[in-house]
Design a protein around this ligand. Sequence first.
Ligand code: FEO
Length: 400
Amino acid sequence: MTFKISNKVAWVGKIDWEIRDYHGKEYSTHKGTSYNSYLVRDEKTVLIDTVWQPFGKEFVSNLKKEIDLNKIDYIIANHSEVDHSGALPELMREIPNTPIYCTKNGAKFLKAHYHKNWNFIEVKTGDTLDLGENKLVFLEARMLHWPDSMFTYLTGENILFSNDAFGQHYASELMYNDKVDNAELYQESIKYYANILTPFNPLVVKKIDEILSMNLPLEMICPSHGIIWRNNPLQIADKYLEWAKNYKENQVTIIYDTMWNATRTMAEAISNGIKEVNKDVTIKIYNSSNNDKNDIVTEVFKSKMVLVGSSTINKGVLSSTAAILEMIKGLGFKGKKGAAFGSYGWSGESVKLITEELKKAGFETINDGIREMWNPDDDAIVRCKDFGKSVGEIIGYTIQ
Ligand code: FEO
């Protein structure tokens, strides 16, 4: 499938309806994804990005139906990651001398991936490539989300090809933001931002400010995953600016794992305590052993406060607790509060360990947490509720 998205541009990518895991098993793709590749036909012809390697043959075969490959004058590799560069080996077998425009790091990384000395042309921010009537303008986007990332802007058609930025893992044949279910679209967009872009918040703000200050006419933002933003395309840039500024909703997320339901009982009692003093706050509770980790991270992203609980096992925490804390730590959230809880039988290290991990992850811990021995009795439930009440009060006076 290919289709025209503007006078001079056709989408020539691949919708992957089936994929459910990305980056190994690090990112869940509940709604599939797409690898968006674009063919620009001016006096010169340009291919922008390709698709993931398993679809390489299919991609090249479809592209041949769209154009004689020898008529492609330039290839633009906005990003070297294999989901966008994976079809290059298949393509370059057919047109080995075609120049590949990319950043300096892009050339380095593509060589490291494929061990080929293709004809790389390194570009920097502000460099242009004349296509005849229109031209391409390159904008480095270092660390959004890799050191090699860049955006490419097409004048005349006024399209920003933003690669991963503004993308979503969202398979849809409807293609455009004005056609798809916007609740689904924004859910996938915020999940993508929370799980991939959070560590780069300051760079996101800087890059978007830079783009806005250029006052480029903009008809479309075409990312390399998911749908194209054509109806008010800057709405996603505005959202990114909001998300990049240590985003918080009036929400507390409680994440726990439990062996025989004692820590779960604590989680629910704490939640009841929060609700008793703070009716407006949204409380979401997840058992980290049986919920999707990226969905949990998305809820953490939206939270003012995160409470993490685990039973003590082997002087440590349960494995799903350790895993989610590791993910949270890596993302470098800022401006969030946290606290720990958990049940134990004898040694009882989990609460202290979780508190330490939350601190390392940049959370402001509101206290030393709460731990209860064995299965909570009525008194323990009251203590957990009181703990929840103190959380609810703190949330109540936390300024957004
Ligand atoms: Fe979609 Fe960073 O690759």
